[in-house]
Each structure stands twice: as C-alpha cells, then as structure tokens.
Write a protein that binds this ligand. Sequence first.
Ligand SMILES: Nc1ncnc2c1ncn2[C@@H]1O[C@H](COP(=O)(O)OP(=O)(O)OP(=O)(O)O)[C@@H](O)[C@H]1O
Ligand SMILES: [Mg+2]
Length: 340
Amino acid sequence: MQKNDWKDRMNTLLKRRGWDIKDWHRATGLNQWQLENLMEMDLSEMDEGNLEGIYEQAKEAKLDKSLLRFDAPVMIAVWAHKGGMGKSTVVTNLSYELAKKGYNVLAVDTDSQSDMSSVLYPDYIGEPDVSFYNAFLGQEDFKEEGYIMHTEYSGIDVVAGSAECEALEGALCMMTDKIRDKMWKKCLRSVREENYYDFIIIDMDKTAGVMNKTILAEADYVLAPIESSIFGVKSVPPTIAQIDEVAETNPKLKLLGVLFNKVDLRKKASMADNMGLVEQIAPQCIFKTFIKNDANVDNSQKEHMPIGYYNSRSPASKQMTEFAEEAVERIRKDQNRKGE
Ligand SMILES: Nc1ncnc2c1ncn2[C@@H]1O[C@H](COP(=O)(O)OP(=O)(O)OP(=O)(O)O)[C@@H](O)[C@H]1O
Ligand SMILES: [Mg+2]
C-alpha cells in the first residue's frame, strides 16, 4: 500500500514544509533531476525500502535558508587576459564548492584545451560531437539538443569543450555581433527559461577575441584569477577594459573580483606589493581569500577530481571553500543592491 500513495504523501510533506523540488534537493543533497523524475515516473519497479528512505530523509532534513534563489541562472565568466593563472582550476573547483553547498551548477567549457572538462567530465573525450563547438556553431539549445552531461558530482553538469573550439574564433570573426549574440542566446534558451541551474560558470581561454566577447555579452560577472606576479597584475587593466567595452551593450556585466591564485607564502612582501597595485587599478576588487600554491591542485587534476573531492583537508581545498563563500556573499550583496 505504501508505494501506491508515496507520491501523495511526498507531495503533502513538501506542501507542509513549504518546499518545491529545488528546496527538497537543497535540503537532502539528492539530485534535483532524479527527484523530478521520481515524482513523474511509474514507481511500480522501485524498491519500497528506497522510497521510504527518501521520504524519511525529506522529513528529517533541514533546509539552509541562506542559499540564494535567482530569477535566472547567474552567469560567471572566469576570464583573465593571461594564460595559465588558474581559470580552469577555478571553474572546476568553484563549481564543485557551489554544488556542495546545494546549488545546481552548469560548467561550460569553451576552451579548446578542455582542461575543466577533463577533470569534471573525463568521458568527454569519447563524445567529441557533443561539445560546446558543435552547440555554438550549430546554434543548438544546450538542453534540448542533449549537450548537457551529468557528472558524477551531484549538482554539477557540464557542456564539454573540444579541440575544435580553437576554430570558433575564425568562424565567428566574419559575423556581426548581433548574429554571434543570437547564436549564444540560442544555446542558453532552455537553461534560462527552465531556471534549474543557479549558476552557469564558464571556462574561457585568455584571448580578447570575438568568441570571448560574445560569451561576456550574456554574462553577469567576470571572475579574474591571477598569479601574484607583475605579469599577473599587468593582466588586470586589459581585463577591465574588456569588461567596460562589453558593458556598453551588456550593462549588467561587472567584475566580481580578482582572485590571487598559486600564492607562495614565502613571498609575502611581493604579494603585498602586487595586491597594492591591483587595488590601485581596481579598488575593492581583490577577494580576501587567496589560493595557495598547493601540489594537491595538480595531483587532483591528474586524478580527474576537484580538489575538495580529492583531498578536502588540503590548504587549497579549504581556501576554495572559503573563496566560494566569499564569492556568493559578493553576489548576494550585488543582487540586493539591484533589488533596492
Ligand atoms: N593553487 C594552485 N596551486 C598549484 N598549482 C596550481 C594552482 N592553480 C593552478 N595550478 C596549476 O597551474 C596550471 C595552470 O592552471 P589552469 O590550467 O587552471 O590555468 P588557466 O588559466 O586555465 O590556463 P589556460 O590559460 O592555459 O587555460 C595547471 O597546471 C594547474 O594545475
Ligand atoms: Mg584553462
């Protein structure tokens, strides 16, 4: 008898708690897609014990009310006008940390090196036809046309990169801004309408070409990881210039912040100098949290894992957790300001 009325009892429980399915997912950590399927599918083949376990878990679970809800996914473009400073590392690990908190994240890999895909979705290599390249050039809806891959980490899905992404710049440079923007909007249409993802986090290459400008034309924030070096500092003005240029047509775009990455604590004086220089260029933009140079980062990537999954006690993992909190807090403040 239990199985027959399980959906009714579940719906009553959700109603009593004032939860929708997103709240249920956030409170229990169970995958939101799976919960949605469960409420729609025929349960006759399901194990009764499992169903009861899910019900009991929802009864006991507590919802973290501080988690943010948005009207549409917040798009964070991780970009800096210099290579090798940690963009892919930040996309991978920020996605993981946000998903761990209970957010649904879509990580999109627009880079031909596909470094983020290789960590969060190592199987991407066997599916070269479902990469960002094909979606973008084919003007195909990520969701409707099957470009979204579920990873083994609950709450993180990926649109994978591929070597062909290198060719996008050449293919796009003959088109107008308007056409490129239309193509990008088409890829995003369903994920925006459906509003399942809380965050769309984009890995990009270092260039300031038309492909990256197109990405920024739809983004809310740019997050710029830099190394503590003079070359790292030098990348900040062109990053800001690019944001200012795109903001003329996408006024919501702004710099979320500059994250110091690969920090060598033996070089505190030079770190203070570099921070001072960035502060002059972009006041109040440096995140308080920085990420240490930690061999666990490289090792986790070799094992195709986010650092927090590979070694949650490593310094870089703890700092990534703190950084994700700080980033969310900045977004909260910014969204509150907008709502006032
Ligand atoms: N905090 C860190 N500690 C140690 N190594 C790090 C750290 N962050 C990144 N790395 C290493 O630095 C290298 C460059 O990082 P990553 O690939 O994330 O940079 P990127 O900006 O995406 O580079 P590209 O411009 O080539 O796409 C990688 O080998 C990565 O393992
Ligand atoms: Mg990269």
